[in-house]
Design a protein. Structure first.
Length: 378
């Protein structure tokens, strides 16, 4: 008699599970993303995962609903679920940390206000990652303002290499590629090497000067295929940068399905690498190499074209010619990121001063002294 085949869910090769933390796990992007992590779309069909899900206490019940649904999906690759409201538990031993959790931008809220509301979250989470995550952890920040939040996170996790922190600009890249595909009349996977430079904001520069399409088996530069410089330097850039606002206007909610798909693309390419000759855009913490390649100051989280090796190490694609038009765009997005960085760290200092003043007042109160007047200005 032939031996019985092992049950379908038994993996022949024992693969160690990857631990993946998702913050904001009760939110809308998480709802589209988590299933793709747990079903093999991100890390492949042989790779088990343990999901470590973090949200704040008021969202705990909703997160429990997500957990129930994960069980109900009966996913063979899902090796465990941790649900928590404690960053130190959520980031423990993780290989990947996907930071979606943030306060959303409300009507009438300025970008500056959003930055102030969220910078503290990424300071705390950076410190927790530093304390308990694997030293090889790869971090993807999605919560806005994503670039500056990622920079803050990296500063508070000094034991993790700066190269392991990134912010998501893949959604902008995917939007740009789709618009090019429609305009050139090709399938979207025939569009390669569109670059998003700079900030995930209105100052980003979606750049097709180095991109190409494949049509009828032949490679054609996008500028040649579209032959409309006024569009590519005007309406196209605006449409990509304002796409998020257009989706909010239509859905009354920010993009979630497409944001989750972009996170899948970002993490999968970081895990498996990019194909030879192709590059992708990720916002990464700039070093001397980026500075030398494109005149971007060091220590900003800036979206750049990257080629990624199979082991996850990436290199900034250097040597692409930068036109005067492109230089102007790059300088504008650098200026915005420098301003955000200054505001973020000034606000962190302010928060620290407020905390110190409050602690001093408490101590004075406990000692029966008159409470000192806190001299902290915003
Ligand atoms: N970079 C991009 O391309 C891009 C695209 C779309 C959305 N976003 C941003 O992604 C973020 C998430 O979007 P969403 O639609 O899922 O929002 P959402 O409001 O549906 O969910 C956010 C979740 O984060 C949680 N949260 C808040 N503070 C937290 C904290 N300190 N720790 C853990 N969790 C916390 C909330 O409770 C909520 O469950 C937003 O900041 C949004 O602006 C970025």
């Amino acid at each position: 008699m032939p031996a019985l085949a092992p049950p379908a869910t038994q993996h022949p090769a024992k693969v160690e599970p990857l631990r993946v933390c998702v913050t904001g796990a009760a939110g809308q992007i998480a709802y589209s993303l988590i299933i793709n992590i747990a079903n093999g779309t991100v890390f492949g069909p042989e790779q088990p995962v343990i999901l470590q899900l973090l949200d704040i206490a008021p969202a705990l019940e909703a997160m429990k609903g997500v957990e129930m649904e994960l069980y109900d999906c009966a996913l063979p690759l899902l090796a465990g679920i941790v649900l928590t409201t404690d960053p130190l538990e959520a980031f423990r031993d993780v290989d990947y940390a996907i930071l979606l959790g943030a306060m959303p931008r409300r009507a009438g809220m300025l970008r500056k206000d959003l930055l102030k509301a969220n910078v503290g979250i990424f300071q705390v989470q950076g410190a927790a990652i530093d304390a308990v995550a694997k030293k090889t952890v790869k971090v993807v920040v999605v919560g806005n303002p994503a670039n500056t939040n990622a920079l803050v996170c990296s500063h508070y996790a000094p034991s993790i290499p700066k190269a392991n922190f990134s912010a998501l600009t893949r959604l902008d890249e995917n939007r740009a590629k789709s618009m090019v595909a429609v305009r050139a009349g090709v399938a979207v996977d025939q569009v390669k090497n569109v670059i998003i430079w700079g900030n995930h904001s209105n100052t980003q520069y979606p750049d097709v000067a180095h991109a190409h399409i494949t049509r009828d088996g032949a490679r054609v530069a996008v500028e040649e295929a579209i032959k409309d410089e006024a569009y590519l330097h005007g309406e196209f850039i605006k449409a990509v940068a304002l796409r998020g606002a257009a989706i909010i206007a239509a859905r009354k909610l920010s993009s979630a399905m497409s944001a989750a798909k972009a996170v899948v693309d970002h993490v999968r390419d970081w895990h498996f690498g990019t194909r030879s000759g192709e590059f992708v855009s990720m916002a990464v913490v700039t070093d001397a190499h980026a500075a030398a390649a494109y005149g971007i100051p060091e220590d900003l989280c800036f979206s750049l074209p990257l080629s990624i090796k199979e082991d996850g190490h990436y290199e900034v694609v250097a040597g692409l010619p930068v036109s005067d038009f492109a230089r102007g765009k790059l300088d504008a997005t650098v200026a915005e990121l420098e301003e955000e960085k200054a505001e973020a760290f000034a606000h962190i200092e302010y928060l620290a001063a407020v905390k110190k003043a409050e602690e001093e007042a408490k101590t004075a109160h406990a000692n029966g002294d008159a409470a000192p007047v806190a001299e902290v200005s915003a």
